[in-house]
Design a protein around this ligand. Sequence first.
Ligand SMILES: Cc1cc2nc3c(=O)[nH]c(=O)nc-3n(C[C@H](O)[C@H](O)[C@H](O)COP(=O)(O)OP(=O)(O)OC[C@H]3O[C@@H](n4cnc5c(N)ncnc54)[C@H](O)[C@@H]3O)c2cc1C
Length: 413
Amino acid sequence: MNNNFDIGIIGAGPAGYTYALHASAQGKSVVLFEKKQIGGVCLNKGCIPTKSILHSSEVYKQILNAEKFGVTTQNVTLDYSKVLERKNKTVETLRKGIELALKNAKVTVINSEAKIKDKNTIVECNADIYNCSKIVCSTGSSPKIIKGLEFDHEFLLSSDDILNLASLPKSILIVGSGAIGVEWARIFNNFGVETTVVELASHLLPLADAEVSKRLERIFKTEKIKFFTQTCVKEINNKKITLSNDEILQPEMVLVAVGRTPNITDKIDGVTYIGDVTGEIQLAHYAIKQAIEDADGIKFEKGLTPSVVYGTPEIAWVGKREQDLEPDSYKKSLVLLSAIGKAHCDGQTDGLIKILSQNGKIVGAHIVSSEASSLIQQITIAIQNGITVDKLKEVCFPHPTYSEGIYDALFKL
Ligand SMILES: Cc1cc2nc3c(=O)[nH]c(=O)nc-3n(C[C@H](O)[C@H](O)[C@H](O)COP(=O)(O)OP(=O)(O)OC[C@H]3O[C@@H](n4cnc5c(N)ncnc54)[C@H](O)[C@@H]3O)c2cc1C
């Protein structure tokens, strides 16, 4: 076999497989190494499996609450093994799609661990050597381990372990309230598991706009998800957990979701690093944009990477948070979902659409609403292209939709 390639890529998550497909579309010869499964964390342990399970949990909860929509149900039961079966099928279908795309693009895929020897040489675990004009390292990240809460994979679980539970626990403690912690809190709560969240920062979802965090806290209270902020785990003694506020909990298990550590030892000069391994913004779409930026030369504004937390309601934001802006330097408009017709039709009135502007242009948007994950894209396009608030007012927004909240917000800026 010819072991000379234009591009050698290690890691076939969103960063690696996107790079491979785009480089190959430009006529480059590409070799892609993956030690586990094509699709990386995103497809196999992250975005896709969690959203599949989340969806099942929302269907379950909606059916339990169907009566308020005029639908009577009886004997609703949950078969968690089928939830996992569906999740596995979803993941497999998507994985096969990526494998086929790589095959069609004539990317050489090597299912093996690989190491970078120098900026033009990759050594595969069988000691085979690959010479590459350029090497891309997209080895991703792994669940962060913190002292005292080291994973034992039975009681103290990582976001990988939690995907493999054969059945649901009766109660769970979730340490950390970033996107992963919040999404799993919603999943467990929807399934009727007694759920508690512990967060060290002063608010849940500490990276969000403070008003969004407070709204989420209100929603958690309504949903009966217990939480403690400015709190950490002080001691674990025989599955008995003492928190720093002296609260004592005895959950059946603990999910530790306190961030992710890049899979890297030393950086090698001349090698391109993209995706979670950079330790920058650890999101799949950021990884994909980094790949496209380097492979195709299509720039993107890193500061305009939208963040999304899934569940009901979705939470999404882009650009500046209110706490980032100097007082009196900006205008703010806030539309509550209770003022939006579609929200009433859907029974989803707890939420908000908040837009921040400076000099007639939007600089940040923060949305707690159904469809927030798609709504945020409208604002991202507007900010990135410098479309003024007045120009946006000329756009026609359909009725009844959640997007009308954005339109209404424009007139308050
Ligand atoms: C529970 C969870 C939910 C998430 N939800 C979302 C979400 O909704 N939206 C979002 O944008 N992001 C989400 N993320 C984050 C997202 O999964 C990551 O940002 C994304 O996967 C990063 O892509 P990547 O290609 O950089 O790395 P990864 O997806 O981590 O892929 C890296 C790949 O490299 C392989 N590899 C590592 N070392 C080697 C080696 N030496 N040789 C060969 N192969 C190697 C690994 O096996 C892996 O397959 C979530 C993450 C988790 C854990």
